[in-house]
Design a protein around this ligand. Structure first.
Ligand SMILES: Nc1ncnc2c1ncn2[C@@H]1O[C@H](COP(=O)(O)OP(=O)(O)OP(=O)(O)O)[C@@H](O)[C@H]1O
Ligand SMILES: [Mg+2]
Length: 386
């Protein structure tokens, strides 16, 4: 199959106050037409910088070596003018990133943002663009797409925000979709749905996908080709079956061996060096403190949001209907569930970062929901969120 994008000898360095850091040191790879290429490698290995070089969406202090080439349809994008790049971005090549909220505009509705890319590249009228935006929201699996056109990004769950980003990215049927860890901020059930969505869209729209991920399990399922990076260079690349079943490079082997396992509870997560050095990782399970008196007790938490459905109409959306749980001292409670099921909302209610419609959130017996704001301030320090 033909190459859609050829990156050759890409070198990118960053000018910092004292020195210059070479983040990408002579990287070459090709994204073939109609296929998925995964860039994998540990944090800081240069995956994002390599991918963003294609669209020239690099930080201001980035310096691209003049001998580097990013060839797209016979054109070197690294020397293309800014008008040409604006024309290509969002139309022929588009991108979705890890944090949908940092890419979506908080003050524009979802409909306005999807319609905007259509109007920008396709000279569509407002009405027609909104009509198409609703179709796109339906295509990416957003329930009640028409009503959601009027929603603001913060009114959607993380998974839904990422789906909106994908709708924007595919609105103009690009040839290449760059997906930079598009699901790391999402929970596991939604990760899968979003990736399946990308895989389905790739097939239907005959796009190519440049997919960046830490998750080798997902890469194994989604990618046709894999590029393994470390410290700004390509350690190994090839078809996914070959890389997974017969890795040549010790780093690739270590990376594959490092995949976190769900069936064991290692004392500390194994790191690449453990495997490269060949030292075994002990699988001593962590001990759990006994369940004692609860520190936190949530009882019958409830939260309703008002959703605008028209100029004067609104309806109520029950985000959390009746949630109760206890957290004992020293223990960890996992709140799991699919996207939009209300997990984050529950946490915010329990910390009173969001006012509950009903229920109790007790910390050492005190119901935080009944406290005055001044007294709440004193409790804030005892609960932290990351
Ligand atoms: N604006 C910047 N200024 C200076 N250095 C930068 C800048 N952006 C990235 N770097 C450096 O470039 C290197 C590669 O970063 P990059 O973001 O491509 O890594 P990555 O492989 O995408 O990592 P992650 O998996 O954590 O996203 C890192 O050493 C990083 O510190
Ligand atoms: Mg990155």
């Amino acid at each position: 199959m033909r190459a859609l994008v050829s990156v050759s000898n890409l070198r990118v360095s960053f000018a910092t106050r004292q020195t210059s850091v070479e983040a990408v040191r002579g990287v070459s790879f090709q994204v073939r037409e109609d296929s998925t290429l995964a860039l994998v490698g540990e944090s800081g290995s240069g995956k994002t910088v390599s991918a963003m070089s294609i669209l020239r969406l690099l930080p201001e202090n980035a310096v691209v070596d003049p001998a580097s080439r990013v060839e797209y349809a016979g054109e070197n994008l690294l020397t293309a003018g800014s008008a040409r790049l604006r024309e290509l971005r969002g139309r022929e090549i588009s991108a979705v990133f890890q944090e949908p909220m940092s890419s979506l505009n908080p003050v524009l509705t979802v409909g306005e943002q999807v319609a905007e890319v259509l109007r920008l590249h396709r000279q569509m009228g407002v009405r027609q663009a909104l009509e198409r935006a609703a179709e796109l929201l339906a295509e990416v699996g957003i329930p009640e797409p028409r009503a959601r056109l009027r929603a603001y990004p913060h009114e959607l769950s993380g998974g839904q925000q990422q789906r909106v980003m994908i709708a924007i990215a595919i609105a103009n049927e690009p040839k290449l979709l760059i997906a930079d860890e598009p699901t790391t901020a999402l929970d596991v059930t939604v990760q899968r749905q979003v990736l399946e969505l990308i895989a389905r869209l790739r097939e239907r729209h005959r796009m190519s996908v440049l997919f960046i991920s830490h998750d080798l399990g997902l890469v194994g399922e989604l990618a046709d080709d894999v590029v393994v990076m470390r410290d700004g260079i390509v350690r190994e690349s090839g078809p996914v079956e070959r890389i997974f079943h017969a890795p040549q490079d010790p780093y690739t082997r270590a990376l594959l061996a490092c995949r976190p396992r769900l069936d064991a509870r290692p004392r500390r997560l194994p790191v690449i060096e453990d495997f490269m050095r060949g030292s075994p990782v002990t699988d001593t399970p962590l001990s759990r403190p006994a369940a004692g008196t609860p520190v936190v007790q949530a009882k019958h938490l409830r939260k309703e949001f008002r959703l605008r459905t028209g100029l004067f109409r609104s309806k109520s959306l029950v985000a959390v209907s009746d949630v109760s749980f206890d957290v004992a001292r020293g223990r960890t409670v996992g709140l799991v569930g699919e996207s939009g099921s209300g997990k984050t909302t529950v946490a915010m209610l329990a910390m009173r970062l969001l006012e509950a419609t009903g229920g109790e959130a007790r910390l050492d017996g005190t119901d935080l929901l009944q406290l005055t704001l001044a007294r709440m301030m004193a409790f804030r320090r005892r609960i932290q969120i990351v």
